[in-house]
Ligand binder design. Structure first.
Ligand SMILES: Nc1ncnc2c1ncn2[C@@H]1O[C@H](COP(=O)(O)OP(=O)(O)OP(=O)(O)O)[C@@H](O)[C@H]1O
Ligand SMILES: [Mg+2]
Length: 346
Protein backbone atom coordinates (compact mmCIF):
# COMPACT_ATOMS: atom_id res chain seq x y z
CA UNK A 1 0.00 0.00 0.00
CA UNK A 2 1.36 3.39 -0.98
CA UNK A 3 1.91 5.95 1.80
CA UNK A 4 1.80 9.67 1.02
CA UNK A 5 2.80 12.25 3.58
CA UNK A 6 1.72 15.75 2.58
CA UNK A 7 2.98 18.77 4.51
CA UNK A 8 2.72 16.97 7.83
CA UNK A 9 3.69 18.94 10.92
CA UNK A 10 3.71 18.04 14.58
CA UNK A 11 3.88 20.51 17.43
CA UNK A 12 4.14 19.61 21.09
CA UNK A 13 2.85 22.86 22.62
CA UNK A 14 5.27 25.50 21.26
CA UNK A 15 7.88 23.02 20.07
CA UNK A 16 7.79 21.91 16.43
CA UNK A 17 9.04 18.30 16.47
CA UNK A 18 8.29 17.66 12.76
CA UNK A 19 8.38 20.51 10.22
CA UNK A 20 6.30 20.28 7.09
CA UNK A 21 7.30 16.81 5.86
CA UNK A 22 6.28 15.60 2.40
CA UNK A 23 7.32 12.31 0.83
CA UNK A 24 5.86 9.03 -0.34
CA UNK A 25 6.65 5.34 0.07
CA UNK A 26 5.66 3.12 -2.85
CA UNK A 27 3.65 -0.09 -2.48
CA UNK A 28 5.97 -2.88 -1.30
CA UNK A 29 8.87 -0.53 -0.68
CA UNK A 30 10.99 -0.53 2.47
CA UNK A 31 12.11 2.99 3.33
CA UNK A 32 14.52 3.49 6.20
CA UNK A 33 14.57 6.63 8.32
CA UNK A 34 17.93 7.67 9.58
CA UNK A 35 18.74 10.70 11.68
CA UNK A 36 20.18 11.94 14.95
CA UNK A 37 18.35 11.43 18.23
CA UNK A 38 15.39 13.76 18.70
CA UNK A 39 14.95 14.60 15.01
CA UNK A 40 11.33 13.37 14.99
CA UNK A 41 11.50 9.78 13.72
CA UNK A 42 9.31 8.15 16.36
CA UNK A 43 6.86 11.05 16.18
CA UNK A 44 6.48 10.48 12.44
CA UNK A 45 5.84 6.73 12.82
CA UNK A 46 3.27 7.35 15.54
CA UNK A 47 1.40 9.78 13.30
CA UNK A 48 1.33 7.27 10.44
CA UNK A 49 0.08 4.53 12.77
CA UNK A 50 -2.59 6.92 14.11
CA UNK A 51 -1.29 6.76 17.69
CA UNK A 52 -0.97 10.55 17.84
CA UNK A 53 -2.76 13.18 15.73
CA UNK A 54 -0.96 15.39 13.20
CA UNK A 55 -0.93 19.13 13.90
CA UNK A 56 -1.48 19.85 10.21
CA UNK A 57 -1.06 18.15 6.83
CA UNK A 58 -2.43 14.94 5.37
CA UNK A 59 -1.61 11.23 5.39
CA UNK A 60 -2.92 9.12 2.48
CA UNK A 61 -2.89 5.33 2.10
CA UNK A 62 -3.34 4.33 -1.57
CA UNK A 63 -4.78 7.77 -2.22
CA UNK A 64 -7.32 7.54 0.64
CA UNK A 65 -7.13 10.25 3.29
CA UNK A 66 -6.56 8.50 6.65
CA UNK A 67 -5.38 11.57 8.57
CA UNK A 68 -8.17 11.36 11.14
CA UNK A 69 -8.86 7.62 10.93
CA UNK A 70 -8.50 5.87 14.32
CA UNK A 71 -5.57 3.51 14.83
CA UNK A 72 -7.57 0.26 14.67
CA UNK A 73 -9.00 1.17 11.24
CA UNK A 74 -5.63 1.79 9.57
CA UNK A 75 -4.38 -1.81 9.34
CA UNK A 76 -0.85 -0.88 10.27
CA UNK A 77 1.35 -2.75 12.74
CA UNK A 78 4.34 -1.56 14.69
CA UNK A 79 7.47 -3.32 16.00
CA UNK A 80 9.34 -1.56 18.81
CA UNK A 81 12.80 -1.67 20.32
CA UNK A 82 11.48 -2.98 23.64
CA UNK A 83 9.27 -5.70 22.01
CA UNK A 84 6.10 -4.62 23.93
CA UNK A 85 5.06 -8.27 24.40
CA UNK A 86 2.90 -9.67 27.23
CA UNK A 87 5.59 -11.21 29.47
CA UNK A 88 3.35 -13.70 31.27
CA UNK A 89 1.78 -15.15 28.16
CA UNK A 90 3.29 -17.82 25.94
CA UNK A 91 4.70 -17.19 22.49
CA UNK A 92 1.58 -18.48 20.76
CA UNK A 93 -0.77 -16.51 23.04
CA UNK A 94 1.14 -13.33 22.22
CA UNK A 95 0.99 -13.95 18.50
CA UNK A 96 -2.69 -14.97 18.62
CA UNK A 97 -3.74 -11.96 20.68
CA UNK A 98 -4.64 -9.67 17.76
CA UNK A 99 -6.44 -12.49 15.94
CA UNK A 100 -8.59 -13.08 19.02
CA UNK A 101 -9.58 -9.42 19.03
CA UNK A 102 -10.50 -9.81 15.36
CA UNK A 103 -12.71 -12.71 16.50
CA UNK A 104 -11.09 -15.52 14.53
CA UNK A 105 -12.01 -18.94 15.92
CA UNK A 106 -9.51 -21.14 17.73
CA UNK A 107 -8.78 -23.40 14.78
CA UNK A 108 -8.09 -20.51 12.38
CA UNK A 109 -5.95 -18.79 14.99
CA UNK A 110 -3.84 -21.87 15.57
CA UNK A 111 -3.28 -22.39 11.87
CA UNK A 112 -2.13 -18.81 11.30
CA UNK A 113 0.02 -18.69 14.43
CA UNK A 114 1.81 -21.93 13.51
CA UNK A 115 2.44 -20.79 9.96
CA UNK A 116 3.94 -17.48 11.00
CA UNK A 117 6.02 -18.99 13.84
CA UNK A 118 7.50 -21.34 11.31
CA UNK A 119 8.48 -18.35 9.15
CA UNK A 120 10.42 -16.75 12.00
CA UNK A 121 11.92 -20.13 13.02
CA UNK A 122 10.17 -20.24 16.39
CA UNK A 123 7.69 -23.08 15.98
CA UNK A 124 9.41 -25.17 18.66
CA UNK A 125 8.90 -22.30 21.13
CA UNK A 126 5.11 -22.31 20.67
CA UNK A 127 4.34 -22.90 24.38
CA UNK A 128 7.35 -21.10 25.84
CA UNK A 129 6.80 -18.06 28.06
CA UNK A 130 8.22 -14.74 26.88
CA UNK A 131 10.32 -14.40 30.06
CA UNK A 132 12.15 -17.57 29.03
CA UNK A 133 13.30 -16.20 25.67
CA UNK A 134 16.42 -14.33 24.57
CA UNK A 135 16.21 -10.81 23.13
CA UNK A 136 16.51 -12.02 19.55
CA UNK A 137 13.76 -14.61 20.08
CA UNK A 138 11.52 -11.98 21.67
CA UNK A 139 11.97 -9.71 18.69
CA UNK A 140 11.03 -12.55 16.34
CA UNK A 141 7.84 -13.07 18.38
CA UNK A 142 7.10 -9.36 18.04
CA UNK A 143 7.66 -9.62 14.29
CA UNK A 144 5.38 -12.67 14.05
CA UNK A 145 2.71 -10.91 16.10
CA UNK A 146 2.80 -7.96 13.68
CA UNK A 147 2.87 -10.09 10.49
CA UNK A 148 0.09 -12.47 11.53
CA UNK A 149 -2.40 -9.61 11.24
CA UNK A 150 -1.47 -9.20 7.56
CA UNK A 151 -0.98 -5.45 7.91
CA UNK A 152 -0.88 -3.21 4.84
CA UNK A 153 1.91 -1.22 6.42
CA UNK A 154 4.56 -2.29 8.90
CA UNK A 155 6.33 0.33 11.00
CA UNK A 156 9.60 -0.48 12.76
CA UNK A 157 11.00 1.76 15.49
CA UNK A 158 14.63 0.75 16.09
CA UNK A 159 13.64 -2.91 16.33
CA UNK A 160 17.17 -4.26 16.67
CA UNK A 161 18.78 -1.70 18.96
CA UNK A 162 18.70 -3.99 22.00
CA UNK A 163 20.49 -6.84 20.24
CA UNK A 164 24.17 -7.50 19.79
CA UNK A 165 25.87 -6.89 16.43
CA UNK A 166 25.82 -10.49 15.12
CA UNK A 167 22.16 -10.93 16.01
CA UNK A 168 21.26 -7.62 14.40
CA UNK A 169 22.78 -8.80 11.14
CA UNK A 170 20.84 -12.07 11.09
CA UNK A 171 17.59 -10.39 12.21
CA UNK A 172 17.78 -7.76 9.50
CA UNK A 173 18.07 -10.52 6.92
CA UNK A 174 14.96 -12.22 8.31
CA UNK A 175 13.03 -8.95 8.29
CA UNK A 176 14.05 -8.07 4.74
CA UNK A 177 13.25 -11.54 3.43
CA UNK A 178 9.76 -11.59 5.00
CA UNK A 179 9.08 -8.02 3.90
CA UNK A 180 9.83 -9.00 0.31
CA UNK A 181 7.87 -12.22 0.53
CA UNK A 182 4.75 -10.52 1.90
CA UNK A 183 5.36 -7.37 -0.22
CA UNK A 184 4.55 -5.15 2.76
CA UNK A 185 5.21 -1.43 2.62
CA UNK A 186 7.56 -0.62 5.50
CA UNK A 187 8.99 2.38 7.25
CA UNK A 188 12.02 1.38 9.26
CA UNK A 189 13.57 3.73 11.81
CA UNK A 190 17.11 3.02 12.89
CA UNK A 191 20.21 4.72 14.30
CA UNK A 192 22.46 2.27 12.54
CA UNK A 193 23.40 3.44 9.08
CA UNK A 194 24.83 0.13 7.98
CA UNK A 195 21.53 -1.51 8.93
CA UNK A 196 19.60 1.16 7.01
CA UNK A 197 21.78 0.67 3.94
CA UNK A 198 21.59 -3.10 4.00
CA UNK A 199 17.86 -3.47 4.50
CA UNK A 200 16.18 -0.77 2.46
CA UNK A 201 15.13 0.20 -1.03
CA UNK A 202 15.50 3.85 -0.10
CA UNK A 203 16.64 5.90 2.88
CA UNK A 204 15.35 9.23 4.16
CA UNK A 205 18.06 11.12 6.03
CA UNK A 206 16.47 13.46 8.54
CA UNK A 207 17.90 16.29 10.60
CA UNK A 208 16.12 18.80 12.84
CA UNK A 209 12.65 17.64 11.72
CA UNK A 210 13.51 18.10 8.02
CA UNK A 211 14.33 15.50 5.36
CA UNK A 212 17.77 16.27 3.96
CA UNK A 213 17.72 13.66 1.18
CA UNK A 214 15.73 10.61 0.12
CA UNK A 215 17.58 8.25 -2.16
CA UNK A 216 18.86 4.73 -2.70
CA UNK A 217 21.68 3.65 -0.36
CA UNK A 218 24.08 3.75 -3.31
CA UNK A 219 23.19 7.32 -4.34
CA UNK A 220 23.32 8.60 -0.77
CA UNK A 221 26.82 7.28 -0.44
CA UNK A 222 28.22 8.43 -3.77
CA UNK A 223 26.08 11.49 -4.46
CA UNK A 224 25.13 13.09 -1.14
CA UNK A 225 23.26 16.37 -1.58
CA UNK A 226 24.93 18.31 1.20
CA UNK A 227 27.66 18.16 3.81
CA UNK A 228 25.34 16.80 6.51
CA UNK A 229 24.37 13.76 4.41
CA UNK A 230 27.94 13.10 3.28
CA UNK A 231 29.12 13.14 6.88
CA UNK A 232 26.16 11.17 8.26
CA UNK A 233 26.31 8.34 5.70
CA UNK A 234 29.67 6.68 6.02
CA UNK A 235 32.84 8.47 7.03
CA UNK A 236 34.19 11.45 5.20
CA UNK A 237 36.76 14.23 5.42
CA UNK A 238 35.06 17.64 5.32
CA UNK A 239 36.89 20.92 4.73
CA UNK A 240 35.35 24.37 4.83
CA UNK A 241 37.48 26.37 2.41
CA UNK A 242 37.30 30.06 1.58
CA UNK A 243 37.73 31.07 -2.01
CA UNK A 244 37.74 34.04 -4.31
CA UNK A 245 34.18 34.93 -5.36
CA UNK A 246 33.70 34.46 -9.10
CA UNK A 247 36.30 31.72 -9.37
CA UNK A 248 35.23 28.43 -10.90
CA UNK A 249 37.79 26.43 -8.98
CA UNK A 250 39.36 26.04 -5.57
CA UNK A 251 42.79 24.86 -4.53
CA UNK A 252 42.78 21.83 -2.29
CA UNK A 253 46.01 20.04 -1.36
CA UNK A 254 47.88 21.63 -4.25
CA UNK A 255 45.23 20.61 -6.78
CA UNK A 256 42.71 22.77 -8.60
CA UNK A 257 39.21 21.44 -8.08
CA UNK A 258 36.40 22.83 -10.21
CA UNK A 259 33.30 23.88 -8.30
CA UNK A 260 29.65 23.60 -9.42
CA UNK A 261 28.08 26.64 -11.09
CA UNK A 262 26.03 27.57 -8.01
CA UNK A 263 29.23 27.72 -5.93
CA UNK A 264 31.09 30.17 -8.15
CA UNK A 265 29.81 33.29 -6.42
CA UNK A 266 30.33 31.91 -2.94
CA UNK A 267 33.13 32.95 -0.65
CA UNK A 268 33.19 29.50 0.92
CA UNK A 269 32.67 25.92 -0.25
CA UNK A 270 32.76 22.57 1.50
CA UNK A 271 34.90 19.78 0.15
CA UNK A 272 34.17 16.16 1.01
CA UNK A 273 36.47 13.26 0.25
CA UNK A 274 36.01 9.79 1.71
CA UNK A 275 38.94 8.12 3.49
CA UNK A 276 38.99 5.21 1.03
CA UNK A 277 39.49 7.61 -1.88
CA UNK A 278 42.90 8.75 -0.66
CA UNK A 279 46.05 6.68 -0.73
CA UNK A 280 49.35 6.97 1.04
CA UNK A 281 52.65 6.24 -0.61
CA UNK A 282 56.33 6.71 0.08
CA UNK A 283 57.34 10.34 -0.02
CA UNK A 284 58.81 11.37 -3.38
CA UNK A 285 57.64 14.48 -5.23
CA UNK A 286 53.89 14.42 -4.36
CA UNK A 287 51.69 16.08 -1.73
CA UNK A 288 53.66 15.84 1.48
CA UNK A 289 51.98 14.93 4.77
CA UNK A 290 52.76 13.12 8.03
CA UNK A 291 51.27 10.06 9.72
CA UNK A 292 50.07 11.03 13.19
CA UNK A 293 49.00 7.50 14.09
CA UNK A 294 47.21 4.51 12.62
CA UNK A 295 44.49 2.13 13.78
CA UNK A 296 44.29 -1.42 12.48
CA UNK A 297 40.50 -1.97 12.37
CA UNK A 298 40.49 -5.38 10.70
CA UNK A 299 39.65 -5.17 7.03
CA UNK A 300 40.92 -1.61 6.89
CA UNK A 301 43.75 0.29 8.50
CA UNK A 302 42.80 3.90 9.26
CA UNK A 303 45.60 6.46 9.11
CA UNK A 304 45.29 9.81 10.86
CA UNK A 305 47.27 12.16 8.64
CA UNK A 306 48.39 15.74 9.14
CA UNK A 307 49.07 17.89 6.07
CA UNK A 308 51.78 20.57 5.86
CA UNK A 309 49.07 23.23 6.32
CA UNK A 310 47.81 21.48 9.49
CA UNK A 311 44.70 19.82 8.08
CA UNK A 312 43.74 16.47 9.57
CA UNK A 313 42.74 13.80 7.09
CA UNK A 314 41.60 10.22 7.52
CA UNK A 315 42.87 7.69 5.02
CA UNK A 316 41.52 4.13 4.90
CA UNK A 317 43.62 1.45 3.27
CA UNK A 318 42.85 -2.25 3.00
CA UNK A 319 44.93 -3.88 5.73
CA UNK A 320 47.84 -5.98 4.70
CA UNK A 321 51.19 -6.49 6.24
CA UNK A 322 52.77 -3.97 3.89
CA UNK A 323 50.74 -1.24 5.63
CA UNK A 324 53.22 -1.64 8.40
CA UNK A 325 55.69 0.38 6.38
CA UNK A 326 53.93 3.64 7.35
CA UNK A 327 54.93 4.39 10.91
CA UNK A 328 53.61 6.97 13.36
CA UNK A 329 55.40 10.24 12.66
CA UNK A 330 56.59 9.18 9.20
CA UNK A 331 56.54 11.65 6.31
CA UNK A 332 54.56 10.29 3.35
CA UNK A 333 52.69 11.61 0.33
CA UNK A 334 48.98 11.61 -0.44
CA UNK A 335 47.43 10.52 -3.72
CA UNK A 336 43.82 11.11 -4.67
CA UNK A 337 41.66 11.50 -7.71
CA UNK A 338 39.74 14.79 -8.04
CA UNK A 339 36.76 12.83 -9.40
CA UNK A 340 36.19 11.38 -5.93
CA UNK A 341 35.65 14.82 -4.37
CA UNK A 342 32.18 16.24 -3.71
CA UNK A 343 31.87 20.02 -3.45
CA UNK A 344 28.93 21.51 -1.52
CA UNK A 345 27.71 24.99 -0.77
CA UNK A 346 25.92 24.00 2.47
N1 LIG B 1 4.95 13.81 24.09
C1 LIG B 1 5.88 14.74 23.85
N2 LIG B 1 5.79 15.98 24.38
C2 LIG B 1 6.70 16.94 24.13
N3 LIG B 1 7.78 16.75 23.35
C3 LIG B 1 7.94 15.55 22.77
C4 LIG B 1 7.00 14.48 23.00
N4 LIG B 1 7.43 13.39 22.30
C5 LIG B 1 8.56 13.79 21.69
N5 LIG B 1 8.87 15.06 21.96
C6 LIG B 1 10.02 15.82 21.43
O1 LIG B 1 9.95 15.82 20.02
C7 LIG B 1 11.24 15.64 19.43
C8 LIG B 1 11.23 14.42 18.52
O2 LIG B 1 11.05 13.26 19.32
P1 LIG B 1 11.08 11.79 18.71
O3 LIG B 1 10.79 10.86 19.81
O4 LIG B 1 10.19 11.75 17.53
O5 LIG B 1 12.60 11.72 18.26
P2 LIG B 1 13.39 10.47 17.60
O6 LIG B 1 13.92 10.96 16.30
O7 LIG B 1 12.54 9.26 17.59
O8 LIG B 1 14.60 10.31 18.62
P3 LIG B 1 15.36 8.96 19.11
O9 LIG B 1 16.29 8.62 17.97
O10 LIG B 1 16.10 9.40 20.32
O11 LIG B 1 14.34 7.91 19.38
C9 LIG B 1 12.21 15.54 20.60
O12 LIG B 1 12.82 16.78 20.78
C10 LIG B 1 11.34 15.16 21.77
O13 LIG B 1 11.87 15.66 22.97
MG1 LIG C 1 12.66 7.42 18.58
Amino acid sequence: MKIEIQHVKKNYNDFEAVHDLSFSVEDGELMAFLGPSGCGKTTLLRMIAGLIPVTSGKILFDGRDVTTLPVQKRNTAMVFQNYALFPNMTVSENVAFGLKIRKLNKKEREKKVKAILEKVHLLEYYDRRIQELSGGQRQRVALARALVLEPDILLFDEPLSNLDQKLRVSMRQIIRQLQKEYKITCLYVTHDQEEAMSISDSIAVMDLGVIQQIDTPQNLYFHPKNAFVSDFIGKTNLFYLSKQKGDGFITFLEKQISVPAEAIDRGQVIISIRPENIRIQKLAFGIEARVRYREVLGLITRYHIETTDNKEILVDMISNEENEIYQDGEKIELVFDEGAINVFID
